[in-house]
Design a protein around this ligand. Structure first.
Ligand code: HPA
Length: 247
């Protein structure tokens, strides 16, 4: 990626602030769809111009179904970001996605409902091509950055997007696995589709913070390890971002 391209970074759970961001400005923006989750933070990360947005708000007050995805994506686009790296906490379904492991998913199955999920307006209907919901080049950059940083990532996988905010039942996770899902989170849709509608390159760096329901060791508490896994996972995320943006 060229040194002058503004890159949007959407931080999820565990990444409401981007440590290492040399902040130049907080931008409070109104969009035709309302206000984004938080002020957009313009600055540099690893020497590269970035605009950072905390998906759930700076104090993590918004549940996944309450996030104004349209305002978020619109705001990033309006500031000139043309590619977005979305960081997202997930539950691991694939055997390689235990807590604190990373993945760069290549597919999505959307199980959400009732979210404002399109910029389509009457008389202007958009049918975004989501055959490949993630941008191929940006995914390759994330995978290459991880290799350069010595961070292991699962280089593909299907991200199941559930409505939340509750976690899944064990039977739901068995169904997701049978349907081909490798990880489960709550935010990839409509975020990815909205980015596609505005022709933004979008890719996700997913961080497993727990085994999905029913897949952890017998008797384990799904919340038990989340804080520790988040911390370890996010340290790896920062290393990958540094390699992608600084490299
Ligand atoms: N399910 C859905 N979303 C999540 C999970 C999970 O187990 N962990 C983190 N985000």
């Amino acid at each position: 990626m060229t040194a002058t391209t503004l890159t949007g970074i959407i931080g999820g759970t565990g990444l409401t602030r981007l440590e290492g961001l040399a902040l130049t400005e907080d931008r409070f923006i109104e969009t035709p769809y309302g206000a984004p989750s938080a002020p957009l933070q313009l600055g540099h990360y690893a020497g590269h111009p970035v605009v950072f947005l905390a998906r759930h708000g700076q104090d993590h007050r918004l549940a996944p179904h309450q996030v104004n995805y349209r305002a978020n994506i619109w705001a990033l686009h309006s500031l000139g970001a043309r590619r977005i790296i979305a960081v997202a906490a997930v539950g691991g379904i694939h055997p390689a996605l235990g807590p604190a492991s990373l993945a760069v998913p290549d597919q999505i199955i959307d199980y959400t409902w009732g979210r404002a999920h399109s910029f389509s307006a009457e008389g202007h209907v958009l049918h975004a091509d989501c055959t490949e919901p993630y941008d191929r080049d940006l995914r390759a950059a994330l995978i290459g950055g991880a290799a350069a940083a010595g961070v292991a990532v699962l280089p593909q996988g299907v991200y199941a997007v559930t409505q939340g905010p509750r976690l899944e039942t064990a039977a739901e996770v068995r169904k997701l696995r049978a349907e081909g899902c490798d990880m489960v989170g709550m935010t990839a849709m409509p975020e990815a589709a909205l980015a596609r509608e505005l022709d933004l390159a979008y890719a996700t760096l997913a961080v497993s913070v727990n085994w999905a329901a029913g897949l952890g060791p017998a008797g384990s508490d799904i919340h038990g390890d989340i804080a520790d896994s988040l911390e370890r996972g996010m340290a790896q995320v920062r290393a990958v971002l540094g390699a992608v943006l600084g490299g």
